[in-house]
Design a binder for this molecule. Structure first.
Ligand SMILES: *Cc1c(COP(=O)(O)O)cnc(C)c1O
Length: 336
């Protein structure tokens, strides 16, 4: 099976499963699971932050982060297409009573400073929600957000008295793609949510990092959101294994995505729209979308060609360079 739908589909490797089986465990709600403690400390250190907190999902990690920054009636500035706005069920508004202020993205995925500035509400006027936080995402749909932009946007936010949060579901992809340590990617932000269940290949798990104080507040929200897990070390062990063994290899996913884009570019009926880190977006000839999806599925290649829109293809731990050639040949055969 070659599954191109997402990098969340990876199965734990035998060595990762072994690490999970042999992890020392405790009760993390009581705060004494040694493997969770070790993971949280390792991720915080690598991210250059004081503290970390383990979550069952990135959605919950982002939400607890937003709730740790913003109180009821506060507002966060966020991209119109950002995961924390569009793909998390409206949790910030529904569960956090935090008003989102979505901002249109520039083509490179950034949120233009003039649009951010225009969206900040006058302070002290009861007509308005209190603008409290800027939330960015990196990578964003696979795109590496330029470091200079992130520095400028977070500097601006600080001048406005806003806190800053990064949805870093794929921040390790950003670090590897830019050849910089994780701490450099996290440094401009007060908090960062990092997923281990994407390219890093763990079955479950995210870690929120930030100051001791912020993480303390997020810890309370995590409990309330149902994210306090007991022998969570069995999951944290997979994340620790990924941290030690699956970070540098993200470069292979990026190379495989590049090779896939190159291979598909030569095929009539396929238009490669973009390729960044481990994601590519392509457009298939509309009339062939359904038959292509079905034909590839029969060959064990999973993707869903979107009629009249971009189709997202994602490389990951379970897709090899040989698989990329198999995909290219299969697409060429079916579109011929
Ligand atoms: C996957 C993802 C998350 C978190 O998703 P979960 O499925 O809840 O772990 C957050 N942000 C982005 C950009 C993501 O891709």
């Amino acid at each position: 099976m070659i599954d191109l739908r997402s990098d969340t589909v990876t199965r734990p490797t035998p060595a990762m499963l072994q690490a999970m089986i042999s992890a020392p465990l405790g009760d993390d709600v009581m705060g004494d699971d040694p493997t969770v403690i070790r993971l949280q400390a390792a991720v915080a250190e690598r991210a250059g932050k004081e503290a970390g907190l383990f979550f069952p999902s990135g959605t919950q990690s982002n939400l607890a982060g937003l709730m740790a920054h913003c109180a009821r009636g506060d507002e966060y500035l966020v991209g119109q297409l950002a995961h924390t706005y569009k793909y998390e069920g409206g949790g910030a508004a529904v569960l956090g009573s935090i008003q989102p202020q979505p901002i249109e993205h520039a083509p490179d995925g950034s949120l233009p400073l003039e649009k951010l500035a225009a969206a900040v509400k006058p302070q002290g006027d009861p007509h308005f929600a209190r603008t409290r936080l800027l939330a960015l995402e990196n990578t964003f749909h696979g795109k590496l957000i330029p470091a200079a932009y992130i520095q400028a946007a977070t500097d601006w936010a600080r001048q406005q008295g806003l806190a800053t949060h990064l949805d870093g579901a794929r921040v390790f992809n950003a670090a590897v793609a830019s050849g910089k340590p994780l701490a450099d990617m996290c440094q401009p932000f007060d908090s960062v949510s990092i997923c281990f269940s994407k390219g890093l290949g763990a079955p479950v798990g995210s870690v929120l990092v930030g100051s001791q104080e912020l993480i303390g507040r997020a810890h309370r929200w995590r409990k309330m959101l149902g994210g306090g897990l007991r022998q969570a070390g069995v999951l944290a062990a997979a994340c620790l294994y990924a941290l030690d063994h699956h970070v540098e290899r993200l470069a292979e996913d990026h190379e495989n995505a590049r090779a896939l884009a190159e291979g598909l570019r030569g095929i009539a009926g396929v238009k490669v729209l973009s390729q960044d880190t481990n994601m590519l977006f392509v457009e298939f000839e509309p009339a062939r979308c359904d038959s292509l999806t079905a034909a590839l599925g029969e060959e064990g290649i999973l993707m869903r060609a979107v009629y009249g829109g971009p189709t997202r293809l994602v490389t990951h731990l379970d897709i090899s360079a040989d698989d990329v050639q198999r995909i290219v040949q299969a697409v060429a055969r079916h579109l011929a």
